[in-house]
Design a protein around this ligand. Structure first.
Ligand code: SF4
Length: 292
């Protein structure tokens, strides 16, 4: 077997183990188990030094770009809270390496591009719009669905709303390539209508697997569709924004909700609220912002 074929196979195997572990945790959560006793790592078998470093991401504050960059000592309140969660306490799923995450996302993107589960969307799309950014990002921005520009270019948030999102990201002292940007739906609904419940359900597996591969520490939902789908709620974005949420049955990430950039284009006065949300999120992430 060639080196690349071996890498491919081991990544698939690891991603599968990853999914199995997440499924087991979800099952425990559904059974009402909210905490597990701490387990001494040696009892689970000998770990490599890289596993030991990455198996407790919640115990240290990573740099703002995520991935395999420098790690500082210290723990934010959000990180401490995360350690209390089912996913962050005793069972730690190792984060995929950059090569593994990149390859696993590529495999998933190929699967998405062939998907025809939503007949109308599959027959009207130019192409699927999977996601873009750092496969090991600490922060994911999650929108609703591709629009016309995104459908044409195959990348999320590239139209006017996308340009505004880029400005928001840069105001947070980050770059688009530092974060990961994805949508609830991978195909454009005709006329930019809201995704139907069935379409969101169809695409949910892809979203969950994408997040399992990236394992972000934070997800920023842009708009009600993303927030309500991820958190499984019908609350308005006005009520959801301004604080962090947990969705341990879905992700170990802390979830922030704020207005969609497209809404800001129609209602510029809401930019102040979004900036307040972003300042709060950056503080939770340990990212210092310059005074404005
Ligand atoms: S929206 Fe998602 S589930 Fe529906 S056809 Fe596109 S990729 Fe498949």
């Amino acid at each position: 077997m060639s080196d690349s074929a071996e890498l491919h196979t081991s990544e698939l195997h690891r991603a599968e183990l990853h999914r199995t572990a997440i499924a087991a945790l979800e099952a425990l959560g559904l059974a009402g188990v909210t905490h597990l006793p701490a387990v001494d790592p040696p009892a689970l078998g000998k770990s490599t030094s890289s596993q030991q470093t990455s198996s407790r991401p919640a115990a240290a504050k990573t740099s703002k770009t995520g991935g395999s960059v420098s790690v500082e000592a210290g723990k934010s309140p959000a990180t401490a809270a995360k350690e209390q969660s089912l996913l962050g306490t005793a069972v730690n799923v190792p984060k995929l390496s950059l090569a593994e995450a990149t390859q696993a996302l590529k495999i998933l993107a190929d699967e998405v591009s062939a998907c025809t589960a939503c007949e109308e969307l599959a027959s009207t799309r130019t192409q699927t719009v999977f996601g873009v950014g750092n496969p090991q990002a600490r922060l994911c921005f999650m929108g609703e669905a591709p629009g016309a520009d995104e459908d044409r270019q195959g990348e999320p948030f590239v139209g006017r709303a996308g340009q505004l999102l880029t400005k928001i990201i840069e105001a947070c002292t980050l770059r688009r390539e530092d974060v990961y940007i994805l949508n609830t739906l991978k195909c454009r609904p005709p006329g930019n209508r809201n995704p139907s419940e069935q379409e969101a359900a169809n695409c949910r597996t892809f979203l969950d697997r994408q997040l399992e591969i990236i394992q972000p520490e934070y997800i920023c939902c842009l708009g009600a569709v993303a927030a309500q789908n991820l958190l499984g709620t019908t609350q308005s974005i006005g009520r959801l924004r301004g604080k962090l949420h947990s969705a341990p049955h879905v992700t170990s990430a802390q979830v922030m909700c704020t207005y969609h950039p497209a809404y800001l284009l129609r209602n510029p006065a809401a930019k102040r609220d979004v900036w307040n949300d972003m300042q709060f999120l950056m503080a939770e992430m340990g990212i210092e912002l310059p005074h404005r």
